[in-house]
Design a protein around this ligand. Structure first.
Ligand SMILES: [Zn+2]
Length: 369
């Protein structure tokens, strides 16, 4: 899959070709000679208004009708290919079901337009949400990110875009700009415009370019996550993963997802999630550089696991602690149950090689919680 900038370039090329082709076939200037300048301007104005109406109708078709969104869904399946891997498909179905419940808890409109989704046969880490709640997650995402909570965090971000119609709004804005620019020099026929819009719909799914929309999708994704059983720390953890993947020349693999303009961008987004976790905990817990802090006192430095750095894994500990505080489990004692440190009924951490032993961690939590 190409990045947003690649898509945009491609889209503009398609657009230009289509528009130029139209000007030859429609041949509007013929009657312009006879009209006064004022009449011409009025005619252009009327045409522009009609085209904008048509854009709105077409966007509505894809974004809000069952027929239109099924067309998009089929279009994306053909364009990107479908991965039939049963494990990835089962995982995505589970994530979609869990997150849909999380979305519905704060935005019940999702029940009127449930997401339609598939695993795309693409090896990069990427996910996209188009108009009509059409969602795809690349198989590369499942290959490179094994933790389901982290994939849920990615999908939750996409659903934030979906719930706020970011793609429909972006496409409408863009098409209107192009029509306004082109209608002054040429005439665009209705059928041809439909083709252009279809092209845009298929080539221009999620932009991840608008910083305001990105922040909105991040915050919504977090809100959806805290209404599921997923670990809310996974949002920060997956950003930490991207930060680490950006280092050492692997950046291109990360770039495809979220189109981060640079690596500090993922760091900023991670830190924004850590701030959300602090708020969610009632200002009790935070983490930095792999060290988790409770009530401003050092709790633990988290060791790495087989597929996560200590920093990435620390955000899962942080998420568990934030949930425990949010659900008032800090009124209970920290204990060790089957090797896992618990705070009340909330699992906090299962120590691995390199971590302190569970009882030491539980004792410290009792002392500072
Ligand atoms: Zn985004």
């Amino acid at each position: 899959m190409v990045t947003f900038h690649g898509l945009k370039k491609k889209f503009l090329a398609t657009m230009t070709a289509a528009t130029l082709g139209l000007s030859l076939t429609v041949g509007a200037p013929a009657h312009v000679e006879a009209a006064s300048a004022t009449e011409t301007l009025i005619a252009i104005g009327i045409q522009a208004a009609q085209l904008k109406k048509q854009i709105d109708a077409n966007i509505k078709h894809y974004n809000a009708t069952e027929e239109g969104r099924q067309e998009l869904y089929q279009g994306f399946r053909e364009k990107y290919g479908v991965c039939d891997d049963p494990e990835y498909n089962a995982k995505l179905s589970r994530i979609m079901a869990n997150l849909t419940r999380g979305v519905a808890a704060i935005d019940p409109t999702v029940n009127d337009k449930p997401y339609i989704y598939f695993v795309a046969d693409q090896t990069s880490i990427n996910a996209a949400c188009s108009m009509g709640h059409v969602m795809m997650v690349n198989k590369g995402t499942f290959q490179k990110i094994t933790n389901e909570d982290e994939i849920a965090a990615i999908v939750g971000h996409e659903m934030g875009h979906g719930q706020k119609d970011h793609v429909a709004k972006g496409n409408r804005k863009h098409l209107q700009k192009v029509v306004t620019a082109n209608v002054l020099g040429t005439a665009v026929g209705g059928g041809a415009l439909t083709n252009i819009i279809t092209n845009v719909a298929l080539n221009h799914s999620i932009a991840h370019g608008d910083k305001r929309q990105e922040s909105e999708a991040d915050l919504l994704g977090f809100d959806y996550m805290i209404h599921t059983n997923y670990n809310p720390g996974a949002c920060a953890a997956v950003m930490q993963k991207f930060v680490e993947m950006s280092i050492g020349g692997k950046r291109s693999k990360v770039e495809a997802f979220f189109n981060p303009s640079d690596h500090p961008d993922s760091e900023k987004r991670r830190d924004a999630y850590v701030k959300k976790l602090l708020e969610y905990s009632g200002n009790h817990v935070t983490a930095k550089d792999g060290v988790v802090t409770v009530n401003k006192k050092t709790f633990i430095k988290v060791a790495p696991s087989a597929d996560m750095s200590g920093a990435e894994r620390s955000y899962f500990v942080l998420g568990n602690l934030a949930a425990a505080y949010h659900n008032k489990q800090n009124n209970q004692a920290a204990t060790v149950q089957n090797g896992t440190v618990m705070l009340g009924n909330q699992p906090i951490i299962t120590p691995l090689d390199g971590d302190e032993d569970a009882q030491t961690i539980a004792d410290r939590l009792n002392a500072i919680k």
